[in-house]
Design a protein around this ligand. Structure first.
Ligand code: ATP
Ligand code: MG
Length: 446
């Protein structure tokens, strides 16, 4: 079994070996190579302690010295080089109370979470696979290194990681591990929002976002995303739907590409539905107001999970506008894009199509035709460079101040009013016309 190591990795390994140490590529990069995928980074494990690593290479970064990790810069890239390590007791179920360095590769591999992640490789020794990782990779199995009870007890995040790797590779989780995951689901409470978010995002941005169903069944979403459990318990008695809100959501996620914003928008697009559900006299469900409530809920959930503001803004926008209904006329589409923001238009079309594909067959063709038409009209509008935002106006704040309007909130209010008119009648987006109109708005005490 050979793995084609990048030149930089070979170099780092040989420098360490020439100095009398052992060194191997380890973990994700070995797993991905054996699976026929290109690793996105290469980690190296070594018997050398951090100070020794630092002395052997010109350019290093102290990434996590207390955990034994030094980043070696080479060929414009960084490679994490970590000393063979034994993790001490996990008193808090999150991280080891202490770590100690060891001279034994086997000890280092033993601390790793799953068999497929616990293999090492270098050109001389070949593959070091003590726990049957290669066999599990062939069988498609996520299995703990050692006893699941202990390993999930040590670090509750591994419960989520097991599901994340299963989603990434389309693997099964070993039944014994799965039983323990369910039993210990509650312990995920101890893990920080940031670590949960990282694993959860990797899970939903994978070829199997439907793994959220497993998270639900194991009682894991109940811990960090109880809103999803509520969605799974919300039926949709309407001819437009054939699934409950949760199952519909899973289908929509499967129908958007593996993109972080799109998968999150799909996940949250109907999160407002449970609270908005009203059943009429005929027994039909209605969800009036769910996009606005859903957008507000999305902000709350994403803040709780410590997402960055830019991601929150993009996802929320798609949620808020995903269900706008209007006849597809040029003027209506122009208004819609102007309110949405033209940079979100393409993602919105992707989300809307996926939404329809997650519904019943009722009027499916008509719904998809409407989206195609919106796509065509919208792109025509954007290609024509018609005014869609304040910055597209033929005048700006400076021009208004030249008219004698004081710097302050009135400037913004007037520009927005001018934009509304220009969106409806693009031919009015012309300097003289806008200046005249601005005067009028100003003197009318607008
Ligand atoms: P990816 O390709 O998604 O980065 P990866 O396997 O490299 O996958 P990382 O989270 O980057 O995953 O971790 C690198 C390696 O460190 C893993 O392959 C595993 O051997 C070990 N590891 C990471 N997190 C844990 C953990 N919580 N418990 C035990 N071992 C872990
Ligand atoms: Mg990695």
């Amino acid at each position: 079994m050979t793995i084609e190591l990048p030149a930089e990795v070979k170099k780092i390994i040989s420098v360490l070996e020439d100095a009398g140490y052992e060194a191997y590529a380890v973990g994700g990069c070995v797993r991905d190579s054996l699976f026929g995928q290109t690793p996105h980074d290469w980690d190296i494990t070594t018997s050398a302690e951090p100070q020794a690593v630092k002395s052997l290479f010109n350019r290093t970064i102290d990434t996590g010295l207390q955990h034994g990790t030094v980043t070696v810069r080479m060929g414009g890239q960084g490679f994490e080089v970590t000393t063979y390590r034994i993790d001490g007791d996990y008193g808090d179920g999150r991280h080891p109370d202490s770590v100690s360095f060891t001279k034994s590769l086997e000890e280092d591999l033993k601390r790793r979470d799953f068999t497929i992640n616990a293999m090492a490789y270098n050109d001389e020794a070949g593959l070091v696979d003590i726990f049957g990782g290669q066999e599990d990779l062939k069988r498609g199995l996520i299995r703990c290194v050692g006893a699941p009870e202990e390993r999930f007890q040590e670090d509750a995040l591994r419960i989520l990681r097991a599901a994340r790797f299963a989603a990434r590779f389309g693997f099964e989780i070993d039944p014994e591990a799965k039983r323990v995951m369910k039993e210990k689901a509650e312990t995920l409470h101890k893990v920080s929002a940031e670590r949960i978010r990282e694993e959860f995002v990797k899970l939903i941005v994978s070829p199997h976002p439907d793994m959220v169903r497993t998270l639900y069944e194991l009682g894991l979403t109940a811990v960090f995303l109880p809103e999803f459990d509520t969605m799974m318990a919300t039926p949709q008695n309407t001819e437009h739907h054939m699934y409950d809100v949760g199952e519909h959501t899973i289908h929509v996620m499967e129908n958007v590409p593996e993109d972080r914003v799109l998968r999150l928008a799909a996940l949250f697009h109907d999160v407002g539905k449970p609270a908005c559900r009203k059943t009429d006299a005929e027994g039909t469900d209605h969800f009036l107001g769910h996009p606005a409530l859903g957008a507000d809920m999305t902000v709350g959930i994403m803040r709780r999970l410590k997402f960055d503001n830019a991601t929150i803004e993009s996802v929320t926008r798609l949620v808020r506008f995903h269900d706008e209904r209007f006849p597809v006329t040029v003027r209506n589409v122009r208004r819609f894009i102007s309110r949405l923001g033209s940079e979100y238009f393409d993602d919105m079309l992707v989300l809307k199509r996926a939404d329809v594909l997650g519904q019943s067959m009722y009027q499916r063709k008509e719904k998809l035709d409407r989206i195609d038409e919106m796509d065509r009209v919208g792109h025509e509008i954007m290609n024509n460079a018609e005014p869609l935002s304040v910055k597209d106006l033929a005048i700006g704040g400076k021009d208004l101040m030249d008219l004698g309007i004081a710097r302050g909130p009135e400037i913004g209010t007037i520009l927005k009013a001018l934009l509304r008119e220009a969106v409806d009648e693009p031919e009015r987006n012309e300097r003289e016309t806008l200046l005249e109109e601005a005067e009028k708005l100003h003197t009318s005490g607008f």
